[in-house]
Design a protein around this ligand. Structure first.
Ligand code: FCB
Length: 471
């Protein structure tokens, strides 16, 4: 039996697909002039400084310090020490030419007990960060929740307790009162589906609980919380650009067998539809509506279906699923087709899946303004003897996915920008520091940052696009 974590489910058949790093070709910078070029990070994955300035514990602090939960016993206690080194990090964004940066706020820095007393020093940190970004002409994109619920709230039931939705809206309001005069772009959640499935269905992520009913509750209550926070932020300031971020991946059958094709419908409805349908259509997909029905209280679906100014799409790989009657969802990851390439994480590489995801948003969800808010690849990335990380595989991945983004633009998808994951190598959840996604190498012992070849490639792409005054 495979160990049930998303990190280990897919076969580790990484095939090194090396392309010599080169400059982008002319066609590769054909993006609209107002296209947003960003990089993404999240609080727990980079900040460290877990005891600084009154920060309260989050579910990830507790999970990491529980033996056996995270590979090699790694924790986010120090991570990239971004809490202290943020000036260096935004200098890297600026010199790379990025005009946007998506980061997340640690709820437990602002409200150490999850509610009640506000920790001004926590707000001060993000205040400095925002001012620093603006001073360098980088637009801040703020995400309110990237999986790090205050532990104090977990002890009251966390996402299983629907009252958390109201507390989340209170937290959103507090952050907005400090930052909304300078931050225009607000994402409510990061991947509520992944947080629900791996944190509350499987238990391989914090808070480490499992079972289908818990997963369903975590989805519904995050949806509700997003709705309440969207209402609260609109009421605070009508001019904000508000949205949320989900993991949107095409789900494909693992074989031609009818039962695998049927498995796709349920898996897709849980992964993609259970977030997108309530938000854009006001109800859960038919394939899973009965699962969610007991959780829905009068008015919930109206609250969740708030108008949004954008949707953030995190895309990494298509998912191949098979009929699996004894698994959590009755459907689970299965074999991938022959001949696929994989990242070092074992995730299949298919940039066409990004185009498919964006076309689906065009056709089934009213073609909202979309930003790819995460896309990137994990490779082992040794520092070469010359002091350089020659991550040609990552360059190839980025190049293919940017071409896929251009294909979606050509197909009239309202794609407005692209944020790569990630600026820095960082704490990759249950995999600890063993998985590197950054375009900047981090030596976790010395905290030295070294831009990789992929950083140079992106820097060149953005710079030449700007200097070419592309259409
Ligand atoms: C996404 C997460 C992000 C990171 C990437 C690799 O699902 O949002 O924090 O872990 O995967």
């Amino acid at each position: 039996m495979l160990r049930l974590s998303r990190r280990t489910l897919l076969p580790m058949l990484a095939s090194a697909f090396s392309l010599r790093p080169q400059r982008a070709s002319a066609a590769e910078y054909e993006f609209p002039p107002d296209f947003v070029w960003g990089a993404s990070t999240s609080a727990y994955q980079i900040e460290g400084a877990v005891d600084a300035d009154g920060r309260g514990k989050s579910i990830w602090d507790v999970f990491c310090h529980t033996p056996g939960k995270v590979k090699n016993g790694d924790t986010g206690d120090v991570a990239c020490d971004h809490y202290h080194l943020w000036r260096d990090d935004i200098a890297l964004l600026a010199s790379g030419g990025f005009n946007a940066y998506r980061f997340s706020i640690a709820w437990s820095r602002i409200l150490p007990a999850g509610e009640g007393a506000v920790e001004q020093r926590g707000l001060d940190f993000y205040d400095r960060l925002v001012d620093g970004l603006i001073a360098r002409n980088i637009t801040p994109w703020l995400c309110l929740y990237h999986w790090d619920l205050p532990q104090a709230w977990q002890e009251k039931g966390g996402w299983l307790n629907r009252d958390v939705a109201e507390k989340f809206a209170d937290y959103a309001r507090i952050v907005a009162r400090r930052l909304a005069d300078r931050v225009q772009h607000w994402a409510m959640f990061n991947e509520p589906n992944v947080h629900a499935l791996f944190g509350h269905g499987f238990g391989s992520h914090a808070p480490g609980i499992s079972g289908l009913p818990n997963m369903l509750a975590a989805i519904h209550h995050q949806n509700l919380a997003a709705g309440r926070a969207l209402q609260a932020l609109r009421a605070e300031r009508a001019t904000l650009r508000l949205g949320t971020v989900s993991s949107v991946q095409p789900v494909r059958p693992s074989s031609d067998r009818a039962e695998d094709r049927a498995a796709v419908a349920r898996f897709d409805a849980m992964w993609n539809g259970a977030i997108l349908d309530p938000l854009f259509k006001g109800g859960y997909p038919a394939a899973v509506a009965d699962d969610f029905a007991p959780l829905i209280v009068n008015g919930d679906l109206q609250t969740i279906k708030q108008p949004v100014d954008f949707l953030g799409v995190n895309y990494y790989a298509p998912m191949y699923v098979a009929h699996a009657p004894r698994s959590l969802l009755g459907a689970w990851f299965g074999a991938t087709p022959p001949g696929m390439r994989f990242t070092a994480f074992g995730w299949p590489i298919d940039a066409g899946g990004l185009t498919d995801a964006l076309i689906r948003l065009r056709d089934d969800y009213g073609n909202p303004d979309v930003y790819v808010t995460e896309n990137g690849a994990c490779y082992d990335d040794p520092l070469g003897a010359d002091g350089v990380v020659h991550d040609a595989d990552r360059i190839a991945y980025l190049r293919e996915h940017l071409a896929a983004a251009r294909a979606a633009l050509a197909a009239k998808c309202n794609l407005r920008g692209y944020f790569l994951w990630s600026l820095l190598d960082n704490f990759e959840w249950a995999e600890g520091y063993s998985r590197r996604f950054g375009i900047v190498h981090v030596d976790f012992a010395s905290q030295k940052r070294t831009p990789k070849a992929s950083y140079r490639w992106v820097e060149d792409l953005i710079a030449r696009r700007v200097s070419a005054g592309t259409p």
